[in-house]
Write a protein that binds this ligand. Structure first.
Ligand SMILES: Cc1ncc(COP(=O)(O)O)c(C=O)c1O
Length: 435
């Protein structure tokens, strides 16, 4: 481990075993822990986390793709400390300076005409509102979403989500139509030049330069759904520029552009879910949709927006925002002084620390190094991503691309943690390590 100038405070609170008993007795979250013995973490500084025994970890998962500028970044801590002594909460029925300072700053990161902002508290809430805006503005009901998508855990966004772990026996998907996931590694089609990443798949490819068979076929599948499952007009289409929870799944270049055109030609709105891809994480652009050369009508963002503080946003055009008419949007905490202060400080740090350029440089270096592991080890089926949104998909053999069983993936994540590095896992088979 490289050295770290910060020393953790000694842990002086309740013992591990006692907290486990409290967990059993009172926590609503009982399953799904990543490690055999769940980590008890009590301090963080930038890329480091410490457990209660004082052991230091290099955090490559960032609280599920949320720590955008570093744990407890001193500049963010300073800003929020100042605000906490001044004002925590009123209501958005009054005017609050930090709200206006922040939305002006956030709007400046987005292209015209995406300049009108609603602040909310979570990604699910942001996508709920986006869905509402799309239906209210168009007067249409049908929505399209991609297989493998994760857009949240509220009753509405569960319908937009298409990952087995997050599907339940509940009626959540009225008017939502799932189209084939254009996954160029695991999907039916995919070749050796399809994706916008420093590392390509090992699949063979006979496409001529400038053409992509996989893209054409996935666009065709999308078209088939439009022609068979929805009315002549749709409310919209939602997708992430790169799927996060599904294990950093990338689409063929040009796919989004064509399907955005198809959705627009049916009067629908395109929603870019930038909850994981936004704020420069992809390195080449500040927003993931820009890397596809498309212009969404609505952008939703959360996670990295607040570096771990409960803050999220929906950005759209004045025309769409005004169209919610009588159905005024209100929530108690959205745009509160603390979250606006945090959001503002995070944007400043992204700029001052050059995190976007750092994502591009470090991400590319890391992916190229991981691609060497793919040459060396049969278990590494794919390495992909852009900037610091990286997936490493584990398989039983490269030819069949059969997913490595979950228990073995968990064993690898466990070993990596024991070596002092925290990674995430993802994908429908949970066989992708996420960085
Ligand atoms: C792409 C994407 N959209 C939406 C959400 C939901 O965000 P939240 O958990 O803040 O409700 C997530 C959460 O993982 C996400 O990854």
């Amino acid at each position: 481990m490289p050295p770290c100038e910060v020393q953790p405070q000694p842990y002086q609170s309740l013992p591990y075993e006692y907290l486990q008993q409290v967990h059993q007795a009172h926590s609503g979250y009982l399953g799904g822990k990543l490690y055999r013995r769940p980590l008890l973490l009590h301090q963080g500084h930038m890329q480091w986390l410490w457990d209660t025994d004082g052991r230091r970890y290099l955090d490559l998962f960032g609280g599920i793709v949320t720590i955008s500028v570093g744990h407890c970044h001193p500049k963010v801590v300073e800003a929020v400390t100042k605000q906490i002594h001044q004002l925590w909460h009123t209501t958005n029925l009054y005017m609050i300076p930090s709200f206006y300072e922040y939305i002006e700053k956030l709007a400046a990161t987005l292209p015209e005409p995406l300049k009108v902002i609603f602040l909310v508290n979570s990604g699910s809430e942001a996508n709920d509102l986006a869905l509402f805006l799309a239906r209210e503005h168009t007067g249409n009901f049908d929505m399209l979403t991609l297989g493998g998508a994760y857009h949240g855990a509220s009753s509405q966004t569960m319908g937009l989500t298409s990952l087995s772990t997050w599907k339940f026996n509940l009626p959540t998907s009225f008017g939502i139509h799932v189209t084939m996931c254009p996954d160029v590694f695991r999907g039916v089609w995919g070749g050796a030049h399809c994706r916008d990443s420093p590392v390509q798949t090992l699949r063979s490819c006979s496409c001529l330069p400038g053409s992509c068979h996989a893209k054409n076929m996935y666009v065709q599948c999308f078209q088939n759904v439009l022609e068979s499952s929805v009315g002549k007009k749709v409310a919209g289409f939602i997708c992430e520029p790169i799927q996060g929870v599904n294990g950093t799944v990338q689409y063929p270049k040009g796919f989004l552009k064509e399907v955005y055109d198809m959705v627009h030609s049916r009067s629908g709105l395109c929603i870019a879910d930038e909850v994981q891809t936004g704020f420069g994480r992809l390195g080449s652009h500040f927003w993931g949709f820009q890397s596809h050369g498309v212009m969404p009508d609505i952008v939703t963002m959360a996670k990295g927006i607040g570096n771990g503080f409960p803050l999220a946003a929906v950005v759209t055009t004045r025309e769409i925002a005004d169209n919610i008419g009588q159905a005024k949007h209100f929530n108690t905490f959205g745009g509160n002084p603390l979250s606006c202060t945090v959001g503002s400080a995070v944007l400043d740090v992204i700029d001052e620390d050059g995190t976007q350029a750092c994502s591009a440089e470090m991400g590319t270096r890391l992916m190229q190094a991981l691609a060497k592991l793919r040459e060396e080890f049969w278990v590494v089926g794919d390495v992909r991503g852009k900037g610091l949104m990286i997936g490493l998909e584990l398989v039983t053999d490269k030819e069949s691309r059969t997913p490595l069983p979950r228990e073995e993936v968990a064993g690898i994540a466990q070993d990596v943690m024991e070596a002092g590095v925290l990674l995430g896992t993802g994908g429908n088979h949970n066989n992708t390590l996420r960085i």
